[in-house]
Design a protein around this ligand. Structure first.
Ligand SMILES: Cc1cc2nc3c(=O)[nH]c(=O)nc-3n(C[C@H](O)[C@H](O)[C@H](O)COP(=O)(O)OP(=O)(O)OC[C@H]3O[C@@H](n4cnc5c(N)ncnc54)[C@H](O)[C@@H]3O)c2cc1C
Length: 414
């Protein structure tokens, strides 16, 4: 199950590549940073770059960029699979589309530092055709990681449907601004609504019951039960009385959490945290009461309450995902919790344009002999297979599919 943690998906592929290395079919060149493609006439015949100093940084952590040498490698074909641009805020701002309003002044980073988009610019400078660079996918439910692996490390909440989502001014977001509903729709809402676009954050208001049942965090280290395939831990942590360990740790140590017993205290904490003083406790309480009053109404027209009932019709969500509808102000479900949410940079939906065989195209829209592209660098396929939007969680699929397409093409071509 790839629930915010892809280790189980990549493992069979990694095993095959390691087996290939053991059989002498694959050679790894770790710490070799590509700085350019090598051409022989129109054909790509290799790569050149810098050998970086050895480093034992753990996975995802920044590593030394100190150069200790140069290299050039020649091959019958080169495949660019260098990922997207999400770790490079300058690039994200540069390509931020007008349809998503203005980029926030402060974003946090949902990918490791090596997802820097550098190779895409190198390829473009050498005549590779890049398209749809204004297509991107960033999350609106980002937390600053209290225990970061990479700089400005953000964790995305994978939220169930019950948290009350407020804008920076403390108003409930209209649909599609409901937790877990529509990533880019909510991003657009937050970044194009004039009186909130000046602020870089929004809020979830919830209670301990919702936190326990509905908060999951994205990232392999945040899901030790699934990452380590520990069924006992999975059942204990997802069905137990407290929230999962990593979620409780965020509640305790995270810079974005406010925990209180009354709305007044909660809102005071929220105003302190933002420093903007935009929130009025009475107004927020009124909205929560209004929403709470809808919980027992089976014919409620409150879109969020309808969504909660809808979600609980599915047994899997009822068991693992969606808290039983209840009054957020009922102290039995307390304490109250507010979470400040920022924009998390994540996916790049455009990139190197390829044909259906995964061959990279040049400025003249013809395949460049010897050059291929796969994965996020190729916009998950063709230079933007998803279009302007995407279905949640379908990105790795594009990486696997384009990898397979390129692999098959190489077998045919070489
Ligand atoms: C926390 C997190 C959760 C995610 N969850 C999901 C999910 O649930 N479902 C889903 O579908 N997708 C998810 N994604 C997205 C998905 O993981 C990525 O889109 C995918 O891993 C991209 O794979 P890739 O091989 O194309 O690029 P990457 O995994 O980014 O790999 C690119 C590699 O190229 C190397 N590289 C870059 N430039 C150079 C250079 N110049 N020289 C040498 N090497 C270079 C990098 O170091 C890196 O190793 C998630 C991503 C993150 C960060």
């Amino acid at each position: 199950m790839p629930w915010g943690t892809g280790t189980g998906i990549s493992e069979p592929f990694a095993d095959k590549v390691r087996a290939g290395a053991d059989a002498g079919l694959v050679t790894f060149h770790f710490r070799h940073r590509v700085d350019g493609l090598v051409f022989d006439g129109p054909r790509v015949v290799g790569v050149r770059g810098t050998v970086l100093a050895p480093d034992t940084a753990r996975r995802g952590a920044p590593s030394s960029r100190a150069a200790v040498g140069d290299f050039e490698l020649r091959a019958d074909a080169v495949v660019i699979a260098s990922g997207g641009i999400g770790g490079n805020h300058e690039q994200v701002r540069r390509w931020w589309p007008e349809r998503l309003g203005t980029p926030p002044r402060r974003m946090i980073t949902g990918v490791p530092e090596h997802v820097d988009g550098r190779m895409l610019d190198i390829a473009a400078d050498q005549g590779v055709r890049l398209v749809n660079r204004d297509r991107m996918w960033h999350y609106t439910e980002g937390l600053q990681n209290w225990n970061p692996i990479w700089p400005d490390h953000a964790i995305r909440i994978l939220p169930g449907p019950s948290s009350i989502w407020l804008d920076a001014r403390g108003r409930r977001l209209p649909a599609p601004g409901l937790p877990g509903y529509d990533t880019l729709g909510t991003l657009e809402l937050l970044r194009t609504t004039p009186d909130i676009a000046d602020y870089d954050y929004s809020w979830f208001v919830l209670d301990q019951t919702i936190l326990k049942k509905e908060f999951s965090l994205s990232g392999s280290e945040q899901n030790p039960d699934i990452t380590n395939r520990d069924l006992a831990l999975l059942l204990r942590s997802r069905l137990g009385r407290t929230a999962q360990g990593p979620v409780e740790a965020f509640k305790e140590h995270g810079a974005d959490f406010v925990v209180a017993d009354t709305v007044e205290e909660l809102v005071a904490g929220m105003n302190d945290l933002s420093g903007d003083g935009l929130l009025d406790a009475a107004e927020i309480e009124q909205q929560i009461v209004k929403r709470d009053n809808e919980v027992d109404n089976p014919y409620s027209k409150d879109v969020q309450v309808m969504g909660i009932h809808n979600s609980r019709r599915f047994r899997g969500d009822r068991l693992f995902r969606t808290a039983k509808p209840h009054r957020v102000l009922d102290p039995a479900h307390g304490p109250l919790i507010a979470v400040r949410l920022r924009i998390v940079t994540r996916k790049t939906l455009g990139g190197i344009q390829t044909d259906l065989e995964g061959r990279a195209l040049g400025a003249d829209a013809q395949p460049i002999p010897g050059l291929y592209a796969a994965g996020e660098a190729a916009g998950f396929g063709g230079g933007g297979a998803h279009g302007y939007n995407a279905l949640e969680g379908t990105f790795l699929g594009g990486c696997l599919f384009t990898g397979r397409t390129v692999g098959r093409s190489l077998v045919r071509a070489l």
